[in-house]
Design a protein around this ligand. Structure first.
Ligand code: GLC
Length: 427
């Protein structure tokens, strides 16, 4: 190792930028002493807008059983970045308005390092029954700072009826097969005006997810095993080029540059898209829409074979400036129990953190793709687990967006991204 790399590695370690999974012990949690979880009474639960309509009914059950410890649901915007901003604002003013936070899996390190959330008593929660990569997202330097409530893996939604009609027997496993299938379907009169593919390409967290998936699905990576940026590579370029070229040749419709998850779902449900990358939550909503019975889900395609998903999901944490933390812990236990995450799976197709639910016969009957989803979650690539995650994701969003809109070549965007990521992790 040169002196320069040694110095940089030390700097990375000092700022907590190396992957949390590097095996450090729980001692350096950044939290002075163990927090005490005292106080009972009303609390709030803060999460992104519930597009599934299943959260309030679950809170009603809790409230009925705990009339003196009622929980009020505070819904933030659907956009992950806007949620993060509002939660940080609450934390920085040390407000007690937010009690239990539904944190995106990528925010754990940042919130734990700033002591915006409390380290949790691990023994209270059945972590060994949960999928390992999912549990890892709730740890920071070995300590448990949140409890997984749902996981997430990207999947390819596709129109079974149209593929069948066009004589395509199987969903595609590569990007080439996908565009090939589109060309065949587009010859059908009922496919008039349809577009081939979309994902989430607006400048927000969803773009980081889709960029990382494209890069990983082409054999590249965003950071190396030690968390150091490694994105200026031919493999990463192939991934980004798939997105850039698809916008250019209209495989992806122009308007998808404004899509978040819900926009793509609406487009798919109204018959505008043949293929869509989205999370599991969409399944049960699409089943209640005009495409009911006409769609299936498959693993994401990649350059030379199946692609890989970004690991998504949400974990529940206790805001360190909150009151009634004893109630907060009980509430987290309730919301993340195997029984209640099974209810969220049954009613809203949310990916559960518990391993056993993916092998449950009745659930597989309802959601035949559960084994595929389990594999997708187990093989999913985590986004960088770094304290300055906000800087990292905004650099990814900025450079990817510039490439997708033709403002920069993909090569230039990746060069600039590598520089920006280096700077972000060196701070
Ligand atoms: C989903 C995922 C989350 C991801 C977000 C991006 O909510 O669970 O991890 O960051 O989508 O839009």
């Amino acid at each position: 190792m040169t002196t320069r790399t040694t110095t940089r590695a030390t700097a990375l370690a000092a700022t907590g930028l190396l992957l949390a999974a590097c095996g450090s012990s729980g001692s350096g949690s950044g939290q002075a002493g163990a927090p005490s979880f005292e106080g009972r009474g009303p609390i709030t639960y803060v999460a992104g807008k519930d597009t599934t309509g299943t959260v309030q009914p679950m809170l009603d059950r809790w409230n009925k059983a705990h009339p003196k410890e009622k929980v009020t649901f505070i819904q933030l915007p659907t956009d992950a970045d806007a949620q993060r901003q509002q939660m940080i604002q609450n934390a920085e003013t040390k407000s007690d308005a937010y009690t239990v936070l539904s944190l995106d899996v990528v925010w754990t390190s940042e919130f734990a390092a700033h002591q915006w959330i409390d380290k949790l008593p691990e023994k209270r929660f059945p972590m060994s029954k949960m999928l390992k990569p999912v549990v890892e997202t709730s740890r920071y330097r070995g300590g448990l700072y949140a409890v997984p409530s749902s996981s997430d893996g990207g999947m390819l939604y596709y129109r079974t009826d149209l593929l069948k009609k066009a004589g395509v027997a199987q969903p595609p496993t590569t990007w080439g097969e996908m565009t090939g299938a589109c060309a065949k379907v587009k010859r059908l009169p009922e496919a008039k005006g349809m577009s081939c593919y979309a994902g989430q390409f607006q400048k927000y967290e969803g773009l980081t997810v889709n960029f990382a998936e494209a890069v990983h699905s082409a054999g590249g990576r965003v950071t190396d095993a030690n968390g150091r940026p490694d994105v200026d590579t031919p493999e990463a370029k192939k991934g980004l080029d798939f997105l850039v070229d698809s916008f250019e040749d209209r495989t992806i419709p122009k308007e998808a540059i404004t899509y978040q998850e819900e926009d793509g779902r609406q487009a798919f449900q109204s018959g505008k898209l043949l293929f869509l990358r989205n999370w599991p939550y969409m399944y049960s909503l699409a089943e209640k829409s005009g495409v009911k019975g006409k769609f299936g889900v498959a693993p994401l395609p990649g350059l030379n074979g199946p692609g890989s998903s970004s690991l998504g999901g949400h974990n529940m944490a206790v805001s360190s400036s909150a009151r009634n933390k004893a109630t907060a812990l009980d509430f987290i236990e309730f919301m993340t129990s195997e029984e209640n995450t099974a209810t969220f799976l049954r009613d809203a197709s949310l990916a559960p953190p518990y391993a056993a639910l993916y092998d449950d016969k009745a659930l597989i009957e309802q959601y035949p793709y559960l084994p595929v989803l389990k594999e997708s979650v187990l093989r999913a690539v985590p986004r960088p687990r770094v304290v300055p995650y906000g800087d990292v994701t905004s650099a990814v969003q900025q450079e990817t967006y510039a490439a997708l809109t033709g403002e920069k070549s993909s090569a230039q965007a990746l060069r600039d991204l590598q520089k920006a990521l280096r700077k972000a992790v060196a701070r």
